[in-house]
Each structure stands twice: as C-alpha cells, then as structure tokens.
Design a protein around this ligand. Structure first.
Ligand code: KG4
Ligand code: ZN
Length: 345
C-alpha cells in the first residue's frame, strides 16, 4: 500500500490575523483559513496588541475547527503541528503557541517552530514550485523592511533592516494623514491611481550609498506631513486638500517608497552577487511595487519571485516552511517559547 504523504498543520498568530492551514509534503494546500482582525483595529488606525491577543483567543479554536472540517482530517491524521513563535506581538504569538502545544500533546504530534519572516519568503516556494535558493530575500510588511541573504529556506543572514519605520507602517501612517482607512497600503494604492507620482519630490531615503542596505522611512513620512501642513503647526486633518492634491500626495509618496525598495534591492544584488530575488510581506501586494520590480528584473537580468497577492499578507499557507524543518528532523520540546523580537542569527 502507498504511504500517505506527510501532513502538517500550521498555525499563524503573530500579529492580527488568526490563521491555520494543512499542507502536505508536496506543498499542496489541503485546507486554509484566515480570520482577519482588520475590522477590530480599523478605528484605532493600527493594531492594538492587547486587543489583538484577545481576538486571537476568541478565534483560534473556530479557525482550527474550520481547517479540520475543510480537509476532512482529524488531528490524528497529521504528522506534525507547526506554529510561528518569532517574531511578532508577544500576546498574539502566545495564543498560537499554546494551541499548538495543546494539540501536540493531545494528539502526540511533533512540534515545529516557524520563523514568520522566513515563512514570508517561503510563500514564493509554495506558489511557484521552483527552486529559489540561494536568493536575496526582501520582506516588506507592516512590521518589517528587511533584506536577507537566504542560503536555504531556514538559513538567512540579515543584510539590512529598517532603522525606524517599516514600509507598511509608513503606508499606514501616511494614510492616516490623508484620512484614509486602516490598513493604509491598499487605500493609498487606490488613491494613487488618480495621482501624479512626480507632483511632489519626496526623498528616496538612504539610496545614495550602495553599501548601506538599511531602510529608513520615518523622514519620508515627515516630508509628506510637511507637504500637507506647510511649515505651521497644523494637524493634517485640519488642512483642506483638493481630491487631486490628495491623489498626487498618495502617488508621490508611493513612488518614493517603491523607488527606495527597488533601489536597495539592486544595491544588495550587486553586493551579494546573487541572481534571484524573492519577495514577501503585505507591501509586496502593492501594484506599483510589483510593476516596477518586474521592470527592474527585466532590465537588470535577475530571476524575480514575488509572493502572489493572497500570500503577501499574513497567512498560514506560507507556514509550509515547516516541511523543511520536518525533513531536517528539527523538532521542539513542549517548553518551546516565543521570541517576540527579531532574532539576529
Ligand atoms: O505582512 P502583513 O500582513 O503583516 C505584517 O507582518 O506586518 O503586512 C501588513 C502591511 C500593512 O502595513 C499594510 O498597509 C501593507 O502591508 N499593505 C500594503 C498593501 N496591502 C497591504 N502596502 C502597500 N500597498 C498595498 N497594496
Ligand atoms: Zn507578516
């Protein structure tokens, strides 16, 4: 009789999505569920950590029930349970980790730890079914803007990260200045379609030095604020902007972020001599970013994989990276802990 393929349950609760999926060793998705908390955090203009962890507590069991229902499997049909334990919000990570440990104990399953950032890059491996490594990894999300040399799926060396705001965070904050809803990325992107990306000459932060692979979006955010308010001390919301001015601000800001991300990627390719780029994270869903990065790949002749739209923002399918640890025999004990901060290994 043919042996049934390895099946792993993956759990993601690092920020504001409660997600679970079941994948098999061929990286096929047998079930996947994401319960978003956008509706809860919207009115605060960003994720409120305490509210996020409470919402994860309410959602984790229904989300798990749903993946078992969708797949027609029970915990005893699984070969392992995997969970994101780093990086993320402490209270949020704890909810997923506790659920994973309970399942591992009850169904006598091995426990696997997932690094959320490595998983964002692995979304490309799941989607494109091609060998990606070694590659340059770019993660652009609400919490991270980072470049990595990725020797393998679980072997990353950091090359540069943000010294202040992440790219997605800048999108969210500029959106708030323009009275757009949270999350700001999709709203800015829609508004920018009607705007002129050259209307405002915003800075492309730290792009002049090819050896510096760090990002910084805080100054750009302040430049947008001053473009709206002028030199006075007014609040952005008190300034009367025309529809065209708002669209021009959105388009010019977006262009500055996109140019910076593309420019830094080119610097990193030169520095590392890598020829493949893999990109994941919520900001990678941005259309202008995808278009300009694709054009850069053609011009500079590198292989480019950007996670498909549905796998850019947080999800558990990218947790298929657990298969790599399963194959390598990298299992955790039930004393596995969360590591909320970035691990620099
Ligand atoms: O990866 P993600 O779901 O969560 C984190 O791990 O942070 O990313 C969320 C971020 C938010 O800041 C959101 O504004 C941004 O991704 N985002 C976008 C777009 N869609 C989501 N930014 C720019 N353009 C988009 N289309
Ligand atoms: Zn993420």
């Amino acid at each position: 009789m043919e042996e049934s393929p390895v099946k792993i349950l993956t759990i993601e609760s690092s920020c504001d999505e409660t997600a679970a999926a079941i994948v098999n060793e061929r990286r096929e998705v047998l079930a996947a569920v994401v319960a978003s908390q956008i509706g809860i955090h919207e009115r605060f203009g960003g994720v409120v950590p305490e509210i996020a962890s409470r919402a994860h507590q309410e959602r984790i069991l229904p989300v798990l029930s749903e993946v078992f229902l969708q797949s027609g499997l029970t915990p005893r049909d699984l070969d392992a349970v995997a969970v994101v334990n780093t990086p993320g919000l402490a209270g949020s990570l704890l909810v997923g980790l506790s659920a994973a440990k309970a399942l591992a104990l009850a169904a006598e399953l091995p426990l696997i730890a997932i690094n959320h950032l490595q998983a964002h890059i692995y979304a490309c491996r799941v989607a494109y079914k091609e060998e990606l490594f070694p590659c340059l990894g770019l993660i652009v999300s609400g919490g991270h803007s980072s470049l990595y040399r990725c020797q393998g799926p679980i072997d990353f060396t950091p090359l540069g990260t943000t010294i202040d705001d992440a790219a997605g965070e800048a999108f969210d904050k500029v959106a708030a200045m323009l009275s757009l809803p949270y999350p700001g990325g999709p709203a800015i992107s829609r508004l920018a379609e009607q705007g002129n990306p050259k209307a405002f000459a915003f800075p492309r932060p730290m792009l002049d030095d090819p050896d510096r692979l760090q990002f910084s979006f805080s100054g750009l955010k302040t430049a947008v604020r001053y473009a709206i308010t002028g030199p006075g001390r007014r609040e952005c919301q008190d300034v009367d902007l025309s529809t065209q001015q708002r669209a021009d601000l959105a388009a010019s800001f977006q262009e500055a972020v996109v140019d910076t991300l593309v420019g830094k990627t080119l610097h990193a390719l030169k520095k590392t001599s890598l020829s493949t780029v893999c990109i994941g994270g919520g900001v990678a869903a941005n259309k202008r970013f995808r278009d300009k990065m694709t054009a850069a790949a053609l011009r500079h002749n590198f292989r480019l994989f950007i996670a498909p739209m549905n796998l850019c923002t947080d999800n558990a399918i990218m947790g298929a990276i657990a298969l790599e640890r399963y194959k390598a025999g990298l299992f955790e004990s039930l004393s596995l802990d969360i590591l909320p901060g970035l691990v620099r290994d």
